[in-house]
Design a protein around this ligand. Structure first.
Ligand SMILES: [Zn+2]
Length: 757
């Protein structure tokens, strides 16, 4: 049924709602950039479809159906939205019968990590100007003609994203769906419908790719104090990203599709929307086998990338949350049968595949990964050697170029795919180049298939020689005690939020475009905003990003800086999610000696984070059952409490530095704090002894202090200490400052350690 031209149908579906941004509508837009478009498709036909010409009735039917499915609005048409500003999708999320949430809106401006924070009343002042700019950029492509239709789509997708991300796709229920997400998905849907001939209307394949065992793989890189480990750690995490990207690219290439069929690509995972055709299952099976074999030989089974797919019709798009749940179930089954294709044939296990090391003589185990064999005169195995090299290039990385076929100076990733890691843009045969961060594309990139990719890629470098700092160097940057801290954080109950949080009564709003809008926003926060925070702010320059993307992060840095960073990220997340109390993050800040093995740091941080998720101190937080908090120095804090205690800790540290208060006085307060917690949590009445002890201490030791008064000391004597010591035995009033004093004091003592010795 090739009577339907895929390109015209797909682009018509992309454009059919563009009038929300370009006032004069789709036909005017197509007319305006006819000279660009005529290189790739039949412009008259595209205009005919958009203008509902009778001869294109069939095509138009597909476009209309794709538009409806991309929005999935119910019949109830009640004008809800405020202007064209996108309403935050996080304003819709509801957990249980929670009521305190409000609609917030995005200001109309170009996409950037700082633009994704909604406001009470988003500004739309720039809309006209931006839509003009969008059109000019589109028209200007005629002078830089992108080489292929696929190249054009990369650029068009990027333009729409930059300009239309903050425009709402609808005045009704879809007010929280981004026009950008809705329109590219409509394009993908129309394209799938045009290609699929499924008689039952199951036109789609939803495909997920998942890099399994990421943590195991990333963290199995020898002790952190060894030289080169800081390079390989980020390099491995980076490899996860690019391997997954290359596979997603390979699949859409083999299906003959464009970038907009990649729904999501983040955190070692991708989702694709493909047409269900007669040979799609077979093609996916072949690709699956290629992936298995390729990674088995490259990594000896240490890592695996699994594919899973389901076939679905219109329902699958409307109830997309359920489709995701279903595909994750299938993925789970696939994981249970890892390397099934490669290690077995019709007769059972293929024995050859198990004798991977045929020549053991003259080999030793690689010092870095301790898994691979390497020649006696080589320190590292080939994988680790390449990773060290890649890691050294990452601090200067600006562009990742993807190539089919070998490319000089590039790295082989998988199958026929190579990636170039460049610090400057190269106009060459790359079929896709990703600009890492930054929102402006340089002039010389015009016409090239280039997109912006947010990536947390900050690696601290030596100020003098620009080389990657070791973890020992990072610890040395701490104030006081030289330690590292790991910050591990993720969004609470996100699975539940995607599956059920987008429901209002019986009505389910987890449609494909809405879920996609939400995932993409989260990705901008974790990859874009977090990266911007640590790479642009001087106080965080020594923080190392192992990974941050999707819905979680893992950062390492000087121990005294990391808790401040955690607080800042949690505050930003609250604003980012429209201050909706249903959306929270939990974190663990764990302090380590630099000689600790990185894998152990990861494991212990993971355990601490689990505690934050599942435990609460009901005396302090009676309304909580866990989550929405952070652990640090052995205590579990609500976010605001950690912020306050860090502030207290900094003040106490200044008092110590200025020799206004002695270590002994603070240590004793730490003891009273510990006794108070015993009393409060375990109701140990003996612990109440701290009251007379504290009283005696104040009588005997505090009078001397007043002689060297300054504002900080005044705060200590007049506010802090009285608050700690008065009425502490009253169980009805929980004294947070006293509860956390031991932690605040430990923080103060440790950041001033050098000054005291
Ligand atoms: Zn190795």
């Amino acid at each position: 049924m090739n009577k339907v031209g895929y390109r015209e149908v797909a682009l018509a579906a992309w454009l059919v709602n563009i009038g929300r941004f370009w006032d004069d509508g789709a036909e005017s837009l197509v007319g305006g950039c006819r000279r660009v478009l005529e290189k790739y498709l039949d412009v008259e036909k595209l205009l005919g479809i958009l203008g509902r010409k009778p001869e294109y009735e069939e095509e138009r039917r597909l476009v209309d159906a794709a538009f409806d499915l991309s929005l999935c609005e119910s019949e109830v048409k009640e004008k809800l939205a405020k202007g064209r500003n996108l309403t935050s999708v996080f304003s819709r999320v509801t957990v249980k019968d929670q009521s305190e949430k409000k609609k917030m809106y995005y200001s109309i401006r170009k996409e950037s990590p700082e633009a994704v924070f909604p406001e009470e009343k988003g500004s739309d002042e720039q809309r006209k100007e931006l839509s003009k700019e969008f059109m000019e950029e589109l028209k200007s492509l005629k002078d830089y003609a992108p080489g292929t239709w696929e190249d054009f789509i990369v650029i068009f997708d990027g333009l729409l994203r930059r300009y239309a991300w903050c425009i709402t796709a609808s005045d009704y229920e879809g007010e929280d769906i981004s026009l950008y997400n809705q329109s590219r998905i409509a394009g993908a849907i129309a394209d799938c419908m045009a290609r699929s001939q499924d008689p039952e209307g199951k036109y789609f394949k939803l495909v997920v790719g998942d890099f399994s065992g990421i943590q195991n793989y990333v963290f199995s890189v020898a002790n952190v104090n060894k030289k080169g480990v800081a390079k390989r750690l980020r390099a491995r995490s980076f490899y996860v990203d690019v391997a997954v990207s290359a596979i997603a690219q390979d699949i859409i290439y083999q299906f003959g599709l464009t970038q907009n069929h990649i729904l999501m690509l983040t955190g070692g995972k991708f989702y694709l929307l493909l047409p269900n055709t007669a040979d799609s299952d077979q093609l996916l099976e072949t690709i699956e086998k290629e992936i298995e074999e390729s990674f088995l030989s490259l990594f000896k089974g240490q890592i695996a990338i699994h594919l899973a797919w389901i076939t679905m019709g219109a329902d699958g798009l409307e109830y997309y949350s359920q489709s995701v749940t279903e595909i994750m179930r299938v993925l789970g089954e696939k994981k249970a049968m890892a390397f099934h294709h490669s290690l077995t044939d019709g007769d059972g296990w293929i024995e050859d595949k198990f004798s991977l090391y045929k020549e053991l003589a003259g080999k030793h185990v690689c010092e870095s990964c301790q898994r691979e064999l390497t020649d006696r005169n080589q320190e590292y195995c080939p994988n680790c050697a390449v990773q060290t090299e890649i890691g050294g290039r990452l601090p200067r990385l600006r562009y990742i170029s993807y190539y089919r076929g070998k490319k000089e100076g590039a790295y082989h990733i998988y199958g026929n795919y190579w990636i170039g890691l460049w610090s400057e843009f190269k106009k060459d045969e790359a079929f896709l180049t990703e600009q890492i961060n930054g929102t402006n594309l340089p002039e010389q990139t015009k016409g090239a298939p280039l997109k912006i990719r947010y990536m947390a890629n900050h690696i601290p470098t030596d100020r003098a020689d620009g080389d990657v700092m070791t973890f020992d160097d990072m610890a040395e940057e701490s104030r006081g005690t030289k330690r590292l801290a790991v910050l591990k954080a993720d969004v609470d109950t996100l699975g539940y939020i995607f599956a059920d949080g987008l429901r209002t009564g019986k009505r389910h709003f987890g449609t494909i475009s809405r879920v996609n809008t939400m995932s993409r926003f989260l990705e901008i926060f974790f990859s874009g905003y977090v990266n911007q925070l640590i790479s642009q702010r001087e106080e965080y320059r020594n923080v190392y990003s192992v990974f941050s993307g999707g819905d979680d992060l893992f950062l390492i840095g000087p121990w005294d800086v990391i808790p401040h960073l955690a607080v800042e990220i949690s505050r930003a997340f609250r604003n980012f999610t429209a201050q909706n109390p249903a959306l929270t993050i939990s974190a663990a800040v764990s302090v380590f000696q630099t000689r600790e093995h990185i894998a152990n740091m990861a494991k212990l941080s993971e355990e601490s984070l689990k505690k934050v998720k599942n435990k609460t101190i009901k005396e302090l937080y009676p309304e909580k059952t866990g989550r929405d908090g952070v652990s640090f120095l052995g205590q579990l804090f609500g976010w605001e409490d950690l912020r306050e205690q860090l502030e207290t800790g900094e003040k106490l540290a200044r008092l110590l530095e200025d020799k206004k208060v002695s270590v002994g006085i603070l240590r004793r307060i730490g003891t009273y704090s510990r006794m108070y917690r015993e009393f409060l949590v375990n109701h140990d009445v003996m612990s109440l002894m701290f009251e007379p002890l504290f009283h005696y201490d104040r009588q005997r030791n505090y009078e001397e202090l007043g002689k060297k008064m300054n504002p900080e000391l005044q705060w200590f004597l007049d506010d802090y200490v009285p608050d700690l010591s008065e009425n502490a035995a009253d169980l009805r009033v929980v004294k947070k400052n006293l509860f956390f004093a031991e932690a605040a004091i430990a923080y103060a003592l440790n950041i001033t350690k050098e000054e005291r010795v």
